[in-house]
Design a protein. Structure first.
Length: 345
């Protein structure tokens, strides 16, 4: 088993703390270590470090090597430009297949909070057995603990396999709150963790079948990989392959898990740090008559009066003031402002 940490995203939902030059995976959000460092070093407790790889954009090469000095450059897979997880997965598979290495890969995001690393390793081993036995694609499905509108959901069929896996029959986009309540109550529905276990040859077969344009372009790129990669569509692996695959299974994971992709998730992880009014404060912040707010100030004294259920973030990149109920709109608004030439990161 090899583990490939995917560390190429922009993290727009944590703007203005997370920006293109230094996105969330390179930030210390929950401890003194960055999310990438935490993920790598937790994994190094359960597999030999030589089995851990990082795939990221060329833009972040120096950041990865700076934060992970123990990572040999031979275990760094570089995307010429950012093209989402679909092309990223294809590029990673080609990296190993060109070395005639078909060992099972665990592909996982760099920014997840999974404290029970031994339970995670047990899940990886079960998923590896399934992937090896039948050339299957296996995802980890998180057992929902609340209605959640920031995650996608996975619908499974009845019945379980020898390792407890369930066949996937549908992906459900991030739902509204009422739909999320209904989904979270169903025993056959799981959060989509973004963790995928499969062989490089299985990735190749899936890409050839469902995304032949991407696969053929990459596999035939030769010395022109940079130019070819830049021409590929930005598409997630879910849309590119998983939603179309008929050999897809989910292995339920019942332990603490959090996708550190939003201010709400950061608040949940740091809830023990809340003051007597339920505020999460960071930096030189003075809050008065305020409750249940996230207030983050980087480098300047900040006074907040009368805030309730607000996200207030001040950094050198910009200032965000957002009601918690509107946080879902942040990513699309940041993208909109970028397109308008607003320069938000």
């Amino acid at each position: 088993m090899k583990i490939v940490i995917m560390a190429g995203g922009k993290g727009s939902r944590l703007w203005p703390r997370s920006v293109e030059d230094r996105p969330k995976q390179f930030l210390a959000l929950t401890s003194e270590e960055t999310m990438l460092q935490l993920t790598y070093r937790r994994l190094a407790r359960i597999v030999p470090p030589k089995q851990i790889y990082v795939v990221t954009a060329e833009l972040y090469r120096s950041l990865v090597l700076e934060q992970l000095p123990e990572l040999n450059e031979s275990r760094l897979i570089l995307e010429p430009v950012q093209r989402d997880t679909g092309p990223c997965v294809a590029l990673s598979a080609l990296h190993f297949l060109r070395q005639e290495d078909n060992e099972t890969l665990v592909m996982m995001p760099s920014d997840q909070h999974i404290p029970n690393i031994l339970a995670l390793y047990e899940a990886f081993c079960k998923a590896e057995a399934i992937a090896d036995a039948s050339s299957a694609i296996v995802t980890l499905g998180i057992v929902p603990v609340r209605p959640e509108t920031n995650y996608g959901y996975i619908q499974t069929a009845g019945g379980k396999g020898s390792e407890g896996e369930r066949r996937v029959i549908a992906f459900i986009e991030k739902p509204d709150l009422e739909t999320a309540r209904q989904l979270a109550a169903k025993p056959d529905v799981f959060w989509n963790s973004g963790i995928i276990v499969w062989r490089p040859s299985t990735i190749a077969e899936a890409m050839e079948k469902h995304q032949p344009t991407i696969w053929n372009a990459l596999s035939q790129a030769g010395q022109h990989t940079e130019k070819v990669y830049a021409s590929l569509p930005k598409i997630s692996v879910d849309y590119a392959v998983l939603e179309k695959a008929d050999n897809l299974f989910t292995l339920p994971f019942r332990y603490e898990w959090e996708d550190m992709g939003s201010w709400a998730s950061l608040e949940r992880i740091r809830e023990e740090e809340a003051d007597s009014n339920g505020n999460i404060l960071h930096g030189s912040v003075h809050a008065f008559d305020s409750s249940h707010s996230i207030i983050f100030s980087e480098g300047r004294k900040t006074i907040v009066i009368g805030a309730e259920d607000l996200i207030i973030v001040s950094t050198a990149e910009g200032v965000l003031i957002c009601h918690k109920s509107m946080e879902q709109k942040l990513k699309s608004i940041v993208q909109h402002v970028e397109k308008q030439g607003g320069g938000v990161g």
